[in-house]
Ligand binder design. Structure first.
Ligand SMILES: *Cc1c(COP(=O)(O)O)cnc(C)c1O
Length: 381
């Protein structure tokens, strides 16, 4: 089976994990600090705070932005449900806004229309690895006193107007789940340039405990739990794996770019197929390669292509079922049809295999399969 994404584990990664296992600390040691510093340095941010998952990192960021009961966060329906769920963890409410037709990232005009006195955060997603319209988000945030939490789980290494994502928004969130660029097993990180956020994030990860209080002078055993937090720590084995993988990030990004360019070339003349765009002022990180199939022009629907490729052993996937269409969100009052751009895209999208370790023969099998399906398609119609 050729999956839409696959991790790459080399001997050096295995050795790094083994070294961690043989070290003094299995959690909270040197590898944590090294990994945090390396990610922060790579994206150009002052601070990196690691978490046990991207979801935990999102939760912490929402807490650090002081979202509480009654507060609203504006986000995109075109994402993994974790982006919206994290607001609810803190008693907040996700408010969806539609996406832009080309990049399928949050449409600033749609966001603006949904800002109310209850709005506290904006949660754009760098969908598929293409940066959201971050200057527009920052401008809206400045004007209305909001915090921007950028879900950059798809986009480590992407650039927006010359700057790496992770150094632009108030807080940026990354995931190190194995389908993403860098695998740590599970893992996530928030990067920020603001020491106040970094401090809150660290504390939230560790039960809200502050270990640097003055009382430790008189009571050396003392620590103070100052707010409600969690155990969202990332262990040393995961940090070692993430750190080892990060060393190859440039070749990882280059390989993905190479596959994306070759897809674009090979699929350019397929009738009714729309390929992902890369805006001139952005560098795409190419986590996903979502094509859009226009049934009317192509003469074939997405379901048939999906099933045809799966039958051929190619595990394509659909990113994403719009979040507001999940039963949980429907029960909160959201309705199908509220976000026409995201929902029209959902009817058409299909993610082709895209990962740095992809082999030429694997890439070719995708093209061959699509070529065959496109040749036969009038029979299905
Ligand atoms: C993967 C992902 C997450 C969650 O990350 P985990 O590490 O799986 O918890 C959040 N948002 C988006 C957009 C993602 O792709």
């Amino acid at each position: 089976m050729l999956s839409y994404s696959r991790q790459e584990i080399l001997e050096e990664d295995i050795q790094a994990v083994v070294d961690a296992l043989r070290s003094e600390s299995l959690t909270g040691g040197d590898r944590l600090r090294a990994f945090e510093e390396a990610v922060a340095e790579f994206v150009g941010a002052k601070y990196g705070v690691a978490f046990s998952s991207g979801t935990a990192a999102l939760h912490a960021a929402v807490s650090a932005a002081e979202v509480g009961p009654g507060d609203e966060g504006i986000t995109t329906p075109n994402t993994f449900c974790a982006t919206a769920n994290c607001l609810i963890y803190q008693g907040g409410r996700p408010v969806f806004a539609d996406v832009a037709e080309d990049t399928l990232t949050l449409d600033p005009a749609a966001v603006q229309a949904r800002i109310t006195p209850k709005t506290k955060v904006l949660l754009p997603v760098d969908y598929a690895g293409h940066p959201a319209d971050l200057d527009a988000m920052a401008a809206l945030a400045d004007k209305h006193g909001l915090t921007v939490i950028e879900d950059a789980c798809h986009a480590i290494g992407a650039r927006y107007r010359g700057q790496r994502v992770g150094s632009i928004s108030h807080m940026s969130v990354f995931s190190f789940h194995p389908v993403k660029h860098i695998a740590a097993g599970e893992g996530g990180m928030v990067t920020t340039n603001d020491s106040k956020f970094a401090e809150r994030l660290r504390r939230f990860r560790d039960h809200g405990i502050n270990r640097s209080t003055e009382q430790t002078a008189t009571e050396p055993w003392f620590y103070a739990m100052e707010n409600l937090g969690f155990n969202y720590r990332l262990d040393e084995m995961s940090c070692a794996l993430g750190f080892s993988q990060l060393k190859r990030i440039e070749s990882n990004l280059n390989a993905r770019r190479g596959w994306a360019m070759r897809y674009a070339e090979a699929l350019a003349d397929f009738e009714g197929l729309r390929l992902p765009v890369e805006q001139a002022d952005c560098d795409h990180a190419w986590h996903l390669y979502p094509i859009r199939i226009n049934e009317r022009i192509a003469g074939i629907d997405r379901r048939t292509v999906f099933c045809g490729m799966r039958e051929a052993g190619i595990r394509v996937q659909v990113h994403y079922i719009p979040v507001h269409r999940h039963p949980y969100y429907q029960s909160m009052g959201w309705r199908a049809g509220q976000f026409p751009v995201a929902e029209a895209a959902y009817e058409q999208i299909l993610s082709l295999p895209m990962f740095h370790g992809m082999q030429q023969a694997e890439w070719q099998s995708v093209i061959d399969c699509l070529t065959r399906i496109w040749k036969e398609r009038r029979c299905h119609a």
